[in-house]
Design a protein around this ligand. Structure first.
Ligand code: CTP
Ligand code: MG
Length: 225
């Protein structure tokens, strides 16, 4: 079967505040270059959705298309750009991708049609009091038992994900991930154990963490060669 890695990288990075996030460098490489390099060996083609009017970061070569206004729109355009049977969707903003997780997501997607990396929630969950001054409400939310925090990569039968996007667009639904669009059709999405290092670089604190991890990560990758 043919497999395409589809990388949404067209966001503006507003929470990070350093311009389009995919171009931000961590340990001498852009977030996008790290994500592309991590997936390339597992797939037949890589396609990247970039911000309107921008080119790939210097030194990186990949097929690219112009992204949309939302992540969902960027993924929808990426889906239209490939004919692969299986698609692996991965946020450019998650630069550290363990190869075992990619393999496990691909295997589960091939078997079940839809799969995502995810981690069991470790922290206690609370809801902020509607009157923000008054702290939070304990015990109002379900316990963390059985709750997972969803990551990428996510893998799908391409025809299935196309249909999920079509139905979401028709219903006017905007979601922050693709597994959610498949789940709302009543289909199950396999949960594959992710990895703490697959965190998404979203805030300045995440960037500091990524910059601290990069040299350790890069030396592990070199060792494994
Ligand atoms: N993304 C995209 N197209 C968009 C919005 C987001 O391809 N219109 C991509 C981002 O580039 C990122 C991934 O989706 O790789 C996850 O999005 P997020 O972390 O929210 O990135 P940004 O939207 O860039 O950040 P922010 O929400 O803080 O502006
Ligand atoms: Mg965003």
């Amino acid at each position: 079967v043919s497999i395409a890695a589809l990388i949404p990288a067209a966001g503006s990075g507003s929470r990070l505040g350093q311009g389009p996030k995919a171009y931000v460098e961590v340990g001498g490489l852009s977030l996008l270059a790290r994500s592309v390099a991590a997936l390339r060996a597992h797939v037949d083609e890589v396609i990247v959705a970039l911000p309107d009017g921008l080119a790939l970061p210097p030194g990186l070569s990949a097929r690219c298309i112009c992204g949309g206004v939302t992540r969902q729109e960027s993924v929808s355009r990426l889906l239209d750009a490939t004919a692969a049977e299986i698609v692996l969707i991965h946020d450019a903003a998650r630069p550290f991708v363990p190869p075992e997780v990619v393999q496990a997501v691909l295997a589960a997607a091939t078997q079940h049609g839809a799969a995502t990396a995810a981690l069991p929630v470790a922290d206690t969950l609370v809801a902020q009091h509607p009157d923000g001054e008054r702290g939070a409400l304990w015990g109002q939310l379900t316990s963390r038992e059985g709750l997972w925090a969803v990551q990428t990569p996510q893998g799908f039968d391409r025809a299935l994900l196309l249909e999920a996007h079509r139905q979401a667009a028709q219903a006017g639904i905007q979601a922050t991930d693709d597994a959610g669009l498949v789940a709302r059709l009543g289909l199950s999405v396999a949960l594959v154990p992710g990895d703490a290092r697959l965190f998404k670089v979203t805030t300045p604190g995440d960037l500091a963490l990524a910059r601290a991890l990069a040299p350790v990560w890069d030396s592990l990758v070199l060792e494994s060669r």
